[in-house]
Design a protein around this ligand. Structure first.
Ligand code: NI
Ligand code: MN
Length: 229
């Protein structure tokens, strides 16, 4: 039993779990650091969108159409994709749904969520997935928030937490250490760093800050697949 996570740069990753491929926040083609990734080779059964910002959905429509994937997000974002003819599943904060690979809950995030065209993207969120291969929390773009403390109270113990660590727009490393403690998860995959000037980080210093707190920060290379148990 292990989560197989592939990192595609920025806040985009896929997890193979419950026999399905779950893709999160696809932003690959516009990412200068991810030029070696062949987007047309990525398979997704589900595409989860945390919020409507461009750096979380640039490639979603193309991948969803090609793979006939189901786009899962808050009501407004799911509706925006439904109007483009894609298969969607609408959720909203605090709600969970049993999919064919496991159960997913849409949880709170503190951020904003407008589409590139200015359309309203609802309120931003994160996801907690419970699957036969492990359980994980993806924070989406968010500040550190006390609501994270609800996750270990209401969800199964986590195998991994995928947290934004790039600062400026989201939590930085110091706050992400607190977030990992709030959700009671030792293994953290850092995302939303290095893509733009404002969010460049010192990776060794970041790993050390997590290690000093008794946590492990995993920073897979873009295109790398890791197994988390
Ligand atoms: Ni954002
Ligand atoms: Mn972002």
């Amino acid at each position: 039993m292990a989560l197989r996570l592939t990192y595609y740069g920025h806040a985009c990753f896929s997890v193979a779990a419950g026999g399905k491929s779950l893709l999160f926040d696809p932003f690959i083609r516009p990412n200068e650091l991810a030029k070696h990734i062949d987007v047309s080779a990525i398979h997704a059964d589900y595409i989860f969108i945390s919020h409507a910002h461009f750096d979380h959905l640039a490639d979603a429509q193309e991948i969803a159409a090609r793979c006939k994937a189901t786009v899962v997000s808050n009501y407004e974002i799911a509706e925006w994709f439904a109007q483009k003819g894609l298969q969607v599943h609408h959720m909203n904060h605090g709600g969970k749904w049993k999919f064919d690979f496991g159960t997913v809950k849409y949880v709170a995030a503190i951020h904003t969520s407008s589409f590139p065209d200015g359309a309203y993207g609802g309120q931003p969120g994160g996801f907690v997935a419970e699957t036969p291969d492990g359980n994980f929390y993806y924070s989406g773009d968010t500040a550190l928030t006390m609501d994270m403390q609800l996750i270990p109270l209401t969800c199964a113990p986590l195998t991994a937490a995928i947290l934004c660590i790039g600062d400026n727009f989201t939590m930085g490393v110091e706050d992400a250490v607190h977030a990992a403690q709030f959700v009671k998860c030792r293994k953290v995959v850092g995302v939303h760093y290095d893509t733009f000037g404002y969010i460049r980080i010192d990776k060794d210093a970041a790993r050390k800050k997590f290690a000093d707190a008794g946590l492990e920060l995993l920073l897979p290379a873009i295109g790398e697949t890791i197994e988390i148990k």
